[in-house]
Design a binder for this molecule. Structure first.
Ligand code: SAM
Length: 267
């Protein structure tokens, strides 16, 4: 791919998703768009650019962004954050709170919001409380997988047997795959949301926002706007958790740091 063509893809990705691709991502972009080019019969990246430019608001743009995003995740990734979540929810329960609103922003294939749900539900019987988890991502591909709640057994290897049995059931026709049980599925709503274009349509207030391992793809301008929007949507005393490699150091923000990659709204 020549540099001019790469720059045009790079600009689309930045404008549409806030994702900053530097010049060493030429090979990545070439390989990621390969499948769509084959499906559409495009011989050259320039042909695919033409398709994209004639479909600026349409389906092809969604599929293009799906192909560019990196969706690596796993259950209970950066486990200490889930221990923290259990602790604060437990404190809030003791203080009499009955309604909880959590958000997994950039939920990928669902492991993060399901892990959040498992952590909180393990503390309590969900009958007496009002618990909802919003799970959003830009990629429609990953949202489909997340919503299906079906995972290969190898992905559940870290989850203790008792927890696995409570929240997953073996798929009837495929013993090597498990499906999230309805008791967990029904507290989670999956939606497509572009984190690079605040303000977001949600009302809030949220108690806890997990926004992890996505800001690494954004530049400071996009990150700063996103962090301010997370602040707006949190209730006073609520928490924002970011990836361990994404500290907000160096960014002007209104949060109080309270732990590794954990920030609290205090007004
Ligand atoms: C590496 S995964 C992180 C998943 C999960 N939060 C975790 O920490 O394991 C990054 C996710 O961010 C999503 N993403 C990238 N750009 C986005 C944007 N502008 N808006 C919303 N989601 C985005 C990708 O589709 C991908 O699923």
């Amino acid at each position: 791919m020549n540099p001019q063509t790469f720059n045009r893809f790079r600009d689309i990705v930045y404008d549409r998703a806030g994702i900053h691709l530097n010049q060493n991502k030429v090979a990545l972009v070439s390989s990621r768009i390969g499948k769509r080019m084959r499906e559409l019969g495009c011989a050259k990246p320039e042909d695919y650019l033409k398709v994209l430019s004639h479909d600026a608001e349409g389906e092809e743009m969604v599929l293009f962004l799906d192909s560019i995003t990196t969706n690596l995740t796993r259950f209970f990734r950066e486990e200490k954050h889930f221990v923290f979540l259990e602790r604060v929810v437990s404190d809030w329960l003791k203080a009499g709170q009955k309604k909880f609103r959590l958000w997994s922003a950039a939920c990928s294939t669902g492991e993060e919001p399901y892990s959040m749900g498992i952590s909180v539900c393990s503390l309590l019987s969900t009958d007496n409380i009002d618990l909802r988890i919003l799970a959003t991502d830009l990629s429609t591909d990953v949202l489909r997988k997340a919503q299906s709640g079906v995972y290969e057994s190898s992905k559940l290897a870290e989850i203790p047997d008792r927890t696995r049995k409570r929240f997953f059931r073996p798929c009837p026709h495929d013993p090597d795959r498990f499906e999230v049980r309805d008791n967990l599925k029904q507290i989670i709503s999956f939606r497509r949301l572009n984190l690079s274009l605040p303000p977001f349509p949600m009302q809030g207030p949220m108690d806890v926002i997990f926004c992890r391992n996505v800001m690494i793809y954004f530049d400071d301008e996009v990150r700063a706007k996103l962090v301010l929007e997370a602040h707006r949507l949190l209730r006073n005393g609520g928490y924002l958790l970011v990836g361990h490699s994404e500290s907000l150091t160096g960014l002007k923000h209104p949060f109080a740091p309270v732990g590794p990659a954990i920030y609290q709204k205090r007004v």
